[in-house]
Design a protein around this ligand. Structure first.
Ligand code: ADP
Ligand code: MG
Length: 327
């Protein structure tokens, strides 16, 4: 059985003329121990999806569909159960740890808080657990006494990861966990996340705009565009030979980590994703698509099989691709 199963998830911010349909019918599943990457440019609905998983969306958001965590319906959970699940079932690591940590408390106290709340353990045992977690994430134990501003960006993100691990979750959702960090630190934090989820058999749902980062870390990739998954499949297939023109464009825009020359001068992805409150008709990618045909202006596409465990929502899937007009 899947650890996480999302079915036809829809999230709309606001109502009436100002409604923003940020997530428009997403299905995905994460098996125990699996690492799923979610890619897509800014504005495609990735964070909205992540927040919806643990019902962390603002009150203006309306959502429908099903979210099953270990078989349990997240949208039907009572408040107390939801609070427990947020730490012990699945936990989230956000971008920019400075905003998620409390500036006036020492980081050790912040890591021990969920442990004390959710495992009913003694303060002394929680302290021991904090020291163990700090060691796990590669921080000196003495840093427990530091305040967030005394730590570097990378150290703060390590603290966030320690907090996410504190109650032994089965799933970690990491939303752009390294985007705010410089390249060297980014690589260290990615290795740390990979090592920890492998050691502790935790499932990972990692979100990034950088397809190369995801391909390096994850087993499977889902590419989001305008609130939908437009391609999903094995990480190597989606990164190396995407079937959707958007998947190919993202892969070209974010060349391999380590390939410094091409990462410094990526082939750009022209234009911007559409404003969700004014989506183009037909396939939402058609105005930017180098291989769009007339039908793409009229017909939206659904995910169809593009290979073994690989699906894409493009009229050309299965057909010979026309020569690219632009790009
Ligand atoms: P991503 O994480 O892929 O950049 P988001 O989920 O943050 O995308 O945003 C998806 C869309 O929803 C964007 O158009 C964004 O402007 C809009 N959005 C995000 N949060 C809110 C909110 N609280 N109220 C209204 N619109 C929002
Ligand atoms: Mg985001």
């Amino acid at each position: 059985m899947s650890l996480l199963e999302v079915r036809n998830l829809q999230v709309t911010y606001g109502t009436g003329a100002r409604a923003v349909p940020a997530v428009r019918g997403v299905d995905l599943s994460v098996a125990p121990g699996q690492k799923l990457g979610i890619a897509g440019e800014s504005g495609c609905g990735k964070s909205t999806l992540a927040l919806a998983l643990l019902r962390l969306l603002p009150a203006s958001a309306r959502l429908s569909g099903k979210i099953l965590l270990d078989g349990e319906d997240v949208l039907a959970m009572k408040w107390g159960r939801l609070r427990a699940v947020r730490w012990a079932g699945a936990s989230i690591v956000f971008q920019g740890a400075m905003h998620s940590l409390n500036a006036v408390h020492r980081v050790g106290e912040q890591i021990s808080e969920p442990i004390l709340l959710h495992s009913g353990t003694t303060p002394a045992a929680a302290k021991r657990r904090v020291r163990e977690l700090l060691a796990h994430v590669g921080l000196p134990v003495a840093r427990a006494d530091a305040y967030p501003h005394e730590l570097s960006g990378g150290q703060r993100q390590r603290v966030m990861i320690a907090m996410a691990l504190a109650c032994d979750p089965r799933l970690i959702v990491a939303d752009e966990p390294t985007t705010a960090l410089d390249v060297m630190i980014q690589a260290q934090i990615l290795r740390l996340i990979e090592q920890l989820v492998a050691e502790q058999d935790i499932s990972l749902l990692m979100i990034s705009h950088d397809l190369a980062v995801l391909a390096d870390t994850c087993d499977r990739l889902a590419v989001m565009y305008a609130g939908r998954v437009v391609e999903e499949g094995p990480a190597r297939t989606v990164y190396g030979s995407a079937s959707h023109p958007y998947g190919r464009a993202l892969a070209a825009a974010f060349p391999r980590i380590g390939d410094t020359a091409s990462r410094r001068a990526p082939r750009g992805l022209p234009g911007d994703p559409p404003d969700p409150s004014a989506l183009p008709g037909g396939c939402t990618f058609h105005p930017r698509c180098p291989v769009a045909v007339d039908a793409c202006e009229r017909e939206d596409q659904v995910l169809v099989a593009a290979g073994e465990g690989h699906r894409a929502a493009c009229v050309h899937v299965g057909a010979a691709l026309p020569t690219e007009k632009r790009l």
